[in-house]
Design a protein around this ligand. Sequence first.
Ligand SMILES: CC(C)(COP(=O)(O)OP(=O)(O)OC[C@H]1O[C@@H](n2cnc3c(N)ncnc32)[C@H](O)[C@@H]1OP(=O)(O)O)[C@@H](O)C(=O)NCCC(=O)NCCS
Length: 388
Amino acid sequence: MESEFIIRSYEGQSDKAQVEDLERRCEVGPTESIFLFTDSMGDPICRIRNSPMYKMLVAELDKELVGVIQGSIKVVTIHCHSPMDLAKVGYVLGLRVSPHHRRRGVAASLIQRLEEWFTSNDVDYAYMATEKDNQASVRLFVDKFGFAKFRTPAILVNPVNHHSFKISPNIEIARLKIEQAESLYRRFMGATEFFPNDIDKILRNKLSLGTWVAYFKGDSNGWGDFGSNGQVPNSWAMLSVWNSGEVYKLRVGKAPFSCLLFTKSWRLIDKIFPCLKLPTLPDFFNPFGFYFMYGVYHEGPFSGKLARGLCQFVHNMVAKSKDESCKIIVTEVGGRDELKHHIPHWRSLSCPEDFWCIKALKKEGTKTFHELTKTPSTRALFVDPREV
Ligand SMILES: CC(C)(COP(=O)(O)OP(=O)(O)OC[C@H]1O[C@@H](n2cnc3c(N)ncnc32)[C@H](O)[C@@H]1OP(=O)(O)O)[C@@H](O)C(=O)NCCC(=O)NCCS
């Protein structure tokens, strides 16, 4: 069997329909849990298209596509990587093998070829994210390919509903120009783990809807032009918003009956008793979009409250916007980052531990790799909106 399938680059026109079909047939994660389908809306490489370098490979057997994988390359901050704290990293994503062709080495061949592409492009480390309960994926990457658990950020999800949040009147919120946002990010988050060196490209991308800062009224501390004079308020917070729904849509693939019943009765109660102001549970069974909050940063006493105010501001902005397809607001923060306590989210919709694994592709990187995987991170983690 192994000699029968071939691995080759994805060819847009001829492979598109088959790749989309493969995606529809693949459940990701353990079968007993709810899972999400991604609808790439006719562009299977939509999740990597915004990265500086990307590649999609397919496995073909008798003219049928039986597997697919995607990868992207960029430069990020990685501590202790010598001679500087910058390293080239390759992200592995979108691995799918047709249910009828599993356990025949298709995924292993795809990963191997993607690693070769990384190596030929001088990549220092490969990394990937999966659910920790996805046994097949964990065993494949960790046991077979030598990846090691590295970080466990939390994915926080908040539904968009028509009841607006009341933001504290003490909080001032202002939108930054792209140049201001870039300068603040480089200055305050440049040392954050996985901070992308091409942050300017992210901020300038049309999917990036803007960057906002929050501070307490009367505490602008000469911040006239937001940090350009070197000064920032005593307490402040910042975040940017990415319109992931423009890239792909999500849909709940399978939900236990109890979950469907809960959704239906919840909506009914909200309809009959609007005075209860129940947060509305969106319709997750039809394709929906989401906004991703990235580069969330806060500093100073009570700045958690400012970060919360910013998240509420984003929620109200989405709720009032004409984009009715956006049903959730998502963010991802380092597992130990206390920031998660300030970000409004529903526990039932969120994932407390996304499982990130890393592998050194060069001998010189082995020392850093051991440091990264052995020491739990106390630092914040920058989650790139292009990779969500
Ligand atoms: C995970 C997935 C890509 C594996 O594809 P595959 O072609 O069957 O994998 P391979 O045949 O190359 O398996 C290589 C190794 O991975 C591990 N593995 C693969 N599937 C496994 C499973 N169901 N249970 C346990 N280990 C598994 C084994 O170590 C296996 O080696 P072995 O067969 O010698 O024991 C496939 O099951 C899939 O598409 N799942 C749904 C999508 C998904 O979860 N993708 C991963 C997201 S990161």
